[in-house]
Write a protein that binds this ligand. Structure first.
Ligand SMILES: Cc1cc2nc3c(=O)[nH]c(=O)nc-3n(C[C@H](O)[C@H](O)[C@H](O)COP(=O)(O)O)c2cc1C
Length: 384
């Protein structure tokens, strides 16, 4: 496992990548993860649609303005989605002209129905000649800005054409490829498989980023053993859990990681929640903050708030036990230090547990930024 990884001329400090997730990985989300360890983060997908572009709605409507806020010294990745080479090239030119990103990522992995209907996202994988045209036109429009590709293992289990597309993409000038270990037909069902990713990695010279169901340190080490990928992309398991990413990042960097205690974790969650509420217009921001707050509760107090089932996306939580070899166990034991005050301390105080149990229902009733701020500071005072 390497420490960092490169996309063309851009060097990243470790090999952990935050997945693009529409409606989730907005600027506050990416920033909190970039500040707490993740090596690289890709924006939510931006729709390439000539109608919007012609109306000059590119900046606001396509959410690309927010990318400007995300400059923490880490190269910015913006993801684009579309179904014609012309639209994709037009959007690419806007991004390049306005200097909005250092890397442009093409989405060929999204299985969402409204996307697939237009033969964009993972549906494109069934139309290889169209893929070729799109890749060519985006690469040409991007000029010096490196273009990467995110895809699935194929259309369905009988048509796993990731390797063919990856080889073609590399020949055309794509600089890195992310593969989610499911087919388009799988949606988010079942478990991701990593053998296809391993085959692609073995055949390619450009970096390969492995993705799908990496939700623990053990899973990360397991996937890296199988795929030998250059980097690892984490999506759903990052929700309400920047500490998982931080742990993976420190393993990647071979640096020590002391897990924060309950109070420190809640403070970080609180900062993120206030960032979200502040970032959007008040009424919208307060609503968006709700799902994040609930994810944080589930991760900070797993015994009090039973763990989520991955956002209702039909995925099964990965239960397969993974056994690490002795050098992996040594690595984990050397680098990761458990918190001094974990959830078990809270559980000894039944009054406090009762308090915390009410936070979820109390939070979703808050309607203003001010209420939210007061509520969070009361929670912190209770925990202290
Ligand atoms: C709510 C949600 C939104 C997503 N949006 C995007 C997107 O905009 N672009 C994309 O390429 N993939 C998108 N994905 C897929 C993720 O980037 C990732 O490939 C997938 O969730 C598998 O990784 P995970 O098991 O670590 O979550 C989305 C996934 C989720 C759950």
């Amino acid at each position: 496992m390497s420490h960092g990884f490169k996309i063309d001329k851009h060097q990243f400090k470790n090999n952990i990548v935050l997945a693009p997730m529409a409606g989730i990985t907005d600027a506050p989300y990416r920033n909190i993860h970039l500040k707490h360890g993740v090596g690289y983060a890709v924006s939510e997908m931006v729709l390439a649609n000539n109608q919007f572009l012609a109306q000059g709605k590119s900046a606001e409507h396509l959410q690309i303005q927010e990318i400007k806020d995300n400059n923490l010294g880490v190269p910015r990745g913006i993801q684009i989605l579309g179904h014609t080479p012309e639209d994709m090239a037009s959007l690419t030119k806007i991004i390049v002209k306005q200097n909005l990103a250092e890397v442009i990522d093409i989405n060929m992995g999204c299985p969402a129905k409204k996307v697939v209907k237009k033969a964009a996202g993972s549906a494109l994988m069934a139309d290889v000649p169209l893929v070729k045209e799109i890749l060519k036109s985006v690469i040409e429009a991007a000029g010096d800005v490196p273009v990467t590709l995110k895809m699935r293992t194929g259309v369905d289990k009988q048509n796993k054409n990731a390797l063919d597309i990856a080889l073609m993409a590399q020949d055309l000038g794509i600089k890195a490829i992310t593969i989610h270990g499911r087919t388009r037909e799988d949606l988010f069902r079942g478990q991701a498989e990593y053998e296809t990713i391993a085959r692609v990695k073995e055949a390619l010279e450009i970096p390969v980023i492995a993705n799908g169901d990496i939700d623990s340190v053990e899973k990360y080490l397991y996937v890296s053993d199988i795929t030998k990928a250059d980097a690892y992309m984490i999506g759903r398991a990052s929700q309400g859990n920047p500490w998982l990413i931080a742990k993976l990042a420190s393993i990647s960097e071979r640096s020590k990681y002391i897990e924060p205690d309950i109070f420190e974790k809640f403070s970080l969650a609180s900062d993120h929640i206030l960032d979200i509420a502040n970032y959007y217009p008040e009424q919208i921001g307060v609503k968006i903050a709700r799902k994040h707050f609930i994810w944080y509760l589930e991760n900070i107090f797993p015994s009090i708030y039973t763990a989520k089932s991955y956002n209702n996306l039909e995925s099964e939580r990965i239960q397969t036990p993974i056994s690490l070899n002795s050098s992996q166990i040594n690595l984990v034991e050397d680098l990761l230090v458990r918190p001094v005050i974990g959830e078990e301390h809270i559980l000894q105080d039944s009054k406090l547990v009762e308090h915390i149990q009410q936070w979820r229902s109390q939070f979703i009733q808050l309607v203003s930024y001010r209420e939210l701020e007061d509520f969070l500071s009361d929670c912190l005072a209770t925990l202290k």
